[in-house]
Design a protein around this ligand. Structure first.
Ligand code: FMN
Length: 331
């Protein structure tokens, strides 16, 4: 009987958790009528601006491409409140300059280009903007070749033995800054990093996380990684918060590793109730999806550091190839 009740409870949990996923996504996503309009506009401008930036980076951009996006960006920036972030304005200005440069090089003139130019003069003067978007040009000998990168990646290991030190703020800022180089869909950068050092905060947070028993007491530096649902719109994007959030988290762990800081990702496979408690305990903003926690700190090298070996599956189980000449048999 108890077994049956447990099965029913677990089945019901599917329904209630999926339902809560849908409700919170609908409530906070970028097309929700309940989401802050300026926050939605921030992401919308980044996304549309990046579409233009991508067009500029093609080998042969089509003259006067992206007219409707340009018109949208001009009107959106006039409505957008820069107190949220200056990045959209900086990015659009940089892209518009690159757009004008391209058309000058192509010898194209058009009323649209005059409008772009007039907007730039007005916007840059009003907001004292330093343009920060457009193109990076790279010569053949500038393309990075980093022989040690494979070693950096393969020598990262989840570490559960830390020295008691608190990381310095500059170190934390540095690794998060490096982690920001993670790719994100349309460069929307939905991921956020919350960082904690107070014993009481860490204890409270780790008690709500299921996988740090046995070393929680040695964690003195803790990240919680989230993704802002306002960056995502439409039901088809319902899982993308996890994709961008996880890429950012991976980059953060590599940034730590490159800086001599050990890390251990900690799952947030929790119910909405526990997730809510974590957001409360960590003062995490409304409408953010929890991605994972990451315990960080200096590795306990004074003792003999132990690391779980975590062997990997053989390559042939993971890599599926269909090379030129291979006969493809669709399933
Ligand atoms: C999303 C995620 C959640 C994890 N959660 C935990 C956790 O709760 N506790 C823990 O000790 N390790 C956790 N790990 C660490 C894994 O055990 C570890 O990444 C895996 O064994 C591979 O080892 P490596 O990280 O040393 O390469 C987690 C890893 C990931 C990616």
């Amino acid at each position: 009987m108890a077994e049956l009740l447990d099965k029913i409870r677990k089945t019901l949990l599917f329904v209630t958790e999926y339902f809560s996923d849908a409700v919170s996504y609908f409530r906070y996503c970028g097309i929700s009528p309940f989401q802050d309009p300026n926050r939605k506009l921030f992401y919308k401008i980044l996304i549309e601006a990046h579409a233009l930036e991508k067009g500029l980076s093609l080998a042969q951009p089509r003259p006067l491409f992206g007219v409707s996006k340009i018109r949208f960006l001009i009107s959106a920036l006039d409505r957008y409140d820069v107190s949220f972030s200056r990045l959209p304005g900086e990015m659009v200005c940089g892209i518009f300059h690159a757009y004008l440069d391209l058309h000058q090089a192509l010898g194209v003139s058009d009323p649209l280009l005059h409008d772009v130019s007039a907007f730039l003069t007005r916007y840059e003067r009003t907001w004292d903007v330093t343009p920060n978007g457009g193109l990076r040009h790279m010569e053949r000998d500038e393309y990075p070749q980093i022989p040690d990168a494979a070693r950096l990646i393969t020598s990262r290991h989840s570490t559960r033995m830390f020295l008691p030190d608190h990381l310095r703020l500059e170190e934390v800022e540095r690794v998060v800054h490096i982690a920001q180089s993670a790719p994100s869909q349309c460069n929307r950068q939905s991921a956020k990093a919350y960082f904690y050092q107070e014993r009481v905060d860490i204890d409270r947070l780790l008690r709500l996380q299921a996988g740090s028993a046995g070393f929680a007491q040695d964690v003195n530096n803790l990240f919680v990684i989230t993704s802002d649902l306002a960056a995502w719109g439409g039901a088809q994007q319902r899982n993308q918060a996890y994709v961008d959030g996880a890429l950012f988290a991976m980059n953060l762990m590599l940034a730590c590793h490159a800086s001599g800081i050990a890390s251990c990702p900690l799952n947030l496979a929790v119910t909405h109730k526990t997730g809510g408690a974590i957001c409360g305990a960590g003062a995490i903003g409304e409408g953010e999806r929890l991605i994972m926690m990451i315990a960080v700190g200096r590795p306990a090298l004074r003792d003999r550091l132990k690391i779980a070996r975590s062997p990997r599956r053989p390559l042939h189980e993971i890599l599926v190839t269909k090379l030129i000449g291979d006969h493809l048999e669709p399933r």
